[in-house]
Design a protein around this ligand. Sequence first.
Ligand SMILES: NC(=O)c1ccc[n+]([C@@H]2O[C@H](COP(=O)([O-])OP(=O)(O)OC[C@H]3O[C@@H](n4cnc5c(N)ncnc54)[C@H](OP(=O)(O)O)[C@@H]3O)[C@@H](O)[C@H]2O)c1
Length: 331
Amino acid sequence: MSLTDQQTEMLAVVARQYGGPSSLRLDQVPCPTPGPGQVVVRVAATSVNPLDWHTMRGEPWIARLGSGLRRPTSGRLGTDLAGEVVACAADVDTLHVGDRVVGGASGAFAQFAVAKAKNLALVPPEVDMVQAAALPVAGITALQAVAAAACTAGSRVLVFGASGGVGTYAVQLAVAAGLEVVGVCSGPNVELVRSLGAVDVVDYTVDAHLATVAGPFDAIIDSVGTLPFRRCKQLLVPGGRYVVVGGPDGGRLIGPLAHLLRAKVAFVTGGRRAVALMAKIDGASMNELVRLLEGGSVGSVVDRVVPLDDIAEAIAYVETRRARGKVVVTC
Ligand SMILES: NC(=O)c1ccc[n+]([C@@H]2O[C@H](COP(=O)([O-])OP(=O)(O)OC[C@H]3O[C@@H](n4cnc5c(N)ncnc54)[C@H](OP(=O)(O)O)[C@@H]3O)[C@@H](O)[C@H]2O)c1
């Protein structure tokens, strides 16, 4: 029996125009049907990423080239999901109805969402769906950032933004890879970051330019972008990598992309390299993260769990940039 035989409508978060969280509605919309290579997932839980508030606001404006210039074309939000497969396209043979899965989808802030089968991983029964739902965007970004740092066991890496969604995974993944991690976050989160395995943690509210930090580092993974490039270069070994994950707002037109471009220019000289990360969700990375979650070398740091009804508040909270780890939404 297909999903549509059982249920034709569902609740989904819809933004009819760009704006703040008050522009979001929980509407009844048709249940999705899978296209080629796709499955439909009954969403158990999803999680909020900065991508969601950027999409909600239509900022930076350059992103509207893909999402609709004056108003959102689909209006649907949400990428991360964990849930159960309820329908598969005829050409999907890797997943089956009833499978527990996690990964990336479009319109995941809903009771059901459609996803490419190749972007999902199976979730073993002993793995909690809330823990799994926190993983996709932040976990994959952290996994790919650690890979982009190109470090070998014993290397030293500085993680700036260590208490955020990406940072909490980046610290744990770097530690799991045998790297020596120094984290940077605000005072109230120092113990959290230490508990994730960082050998040292710096409170940037006390030491903004990391004057007390003893370099050098083989790599810096930065999801904040407030440390001056000159200081980043001083802290890196010759040939060391500055992995740019995120940056300050940088204006409405291109937003955090401005930071990526400035980093590329700043690192033209000095014998260190800036690597601009554009994370991409794929099944292989999802499988790797689920394996690490199941094995216990990575855990999702969950700031709070809220119901879908409270999505506007959840997005507003993540937009404050004060979330500790991830905000998970149960559907
Ligand atoms: N390149 C990519 O492919 C990619 C993928 C995903 C995300 N991103 C970007 O990466 C960034 C981080 O994502 P996320 O999910 O980790 O976001 P997040 O969870 O919202 O990050 C929140 C963290 O940022 C820290 N923070 C906020 N302001 C800070 C400041 N002035 N100085 C130092 N730390 C500060 C906070 O730490 P304290 O409270 O301890 O200060 C908080 O823990 C975002 O800009 C996002 O858009 C990029």
